[in-house]
Design a protein around this ligand. Sequence first.
Ligand code: ATP
Ligand code: MG
Length: 427
Amino acid sequence: MNLISKRIRGMQDILPGESEKWEYVENVLKKKSKLFGFKIIRTPVLEHTNLFERTSGETSDIVKKEMYTFLDKGERSVSLRPEGTAGVLRAVLENGLHDGNLPLKLMYVSSCYRYEKPQSGRYREFFQFGLEIFGGKSALADAEVICVAKSIFNDLGIKNLELEINAVGCKECKSAYNKALENYFIVHKENLCELCGDRLERNPMRIFDCKNDKCKNICKNAPTVLEYLCAQCALHLEHLKEYLEVFNIKYRVNPHIVRGLDYYTKTVFEFIINSGEAPLTVCGGGRYDNLSKELGGADMCAVGFGIGLERLLLIMQDQKLSFGGNSNIHVYVIPLGETCKNKSIEISQRLRNIGIATEQDIVGRNLKSQMKYANKIKCDYCIFCGNQEIENNTVKIKNMSAGNEFTLNLDEDFEKYFLNLTNSKLQ
Ligand code: ATP
Ligand code: MG
């Protein structure tokens, strides 16, 4: 095949067979979040570049090297969203969603774009499921978003996920801590990677995010943020721990998680899996109380998380988890002759009208190939409609897995029969 164009590196086609798994997972995510009062928001994939520069931070990996940024035809710098939070917050502020509506609980499934080196669990187009609570000052809001994530993982049956929490402090604690880090890392400067040398000058906390082994080693003995928390931030962390205990959620305080984005204050957390060679973060989140004001909006605290859907699916496949059984019945209608075609259409429509997936031949196959095709698509029932049946106002039905055949009247019993089948399959 000599296609004139191929898929862009780091991007994936999600084909039938896979797409059902995505649909199942997305349904679980949304259903669970709705139980906590979250509503869906959809925002554009393109935003003005300065939104991400301000939110992720000029020194973040995302803005420094991963963003898909280009000039549009009006010479404006625009970027494909690298994450979901910034656009959601912008939309909340721009539409005044928060006015008189706090706390506001929003969720989204968004495609995100980062120019990273493609590898397993790391793509250039990926999907994030995210939640945000705006206007929840108490650590209960932090505990609640963590609880949603945990309940989702439980519903999906995922095992061995570990929750790590930390506090990164407010502006005051951060500045004292950054000074302490500078003093520590400057001694090890020669052994840090080039990028971390730069991080040391601009934002030393970021060195904790480095995946380089040498840098990771140096980080082991660095001062921890916990020693530099102000009384308020320390209390917030204590409250979070208490609430997590009430929710019965196990956690570990890891003072070295700082998260890749600049906007976090107080709580940060990750759900990590240790199955492959390197630990993989499936869910990352935290509190970002200053971001709204920094965007020129109201003084509004916020907390949220993002789950990478590709990583979630990878883990579910690794752990051989089920993606939900198919509770739908699939019917194939076969007219026994040209004169029965219209009646077949009518029968197909009657079934579709009551929510049963129904197909019939549209490419002109003969009877034998229609039977073959019905087997190939693994339909549950075949309905045969011949002249004799039309005269008697009946159809012949074949249960494809059991192999038995029977006749049904085309009165209201016809619909009743299939509705009963669906109901019993759902139970
Ligand atoms: P990492 O440290 O693995 O690079 P990150 O800190 O950049 O992650 P976030 O910006 O917090 O990740 O994004 C939230 C979630 O989105 C991650 O936990 C992960 O599940 C997912 N994610 C991030 N980058 C990618 C990517 N390139 N491909 C697939 N999923 C991703
Ligand atoms: Mg990253």
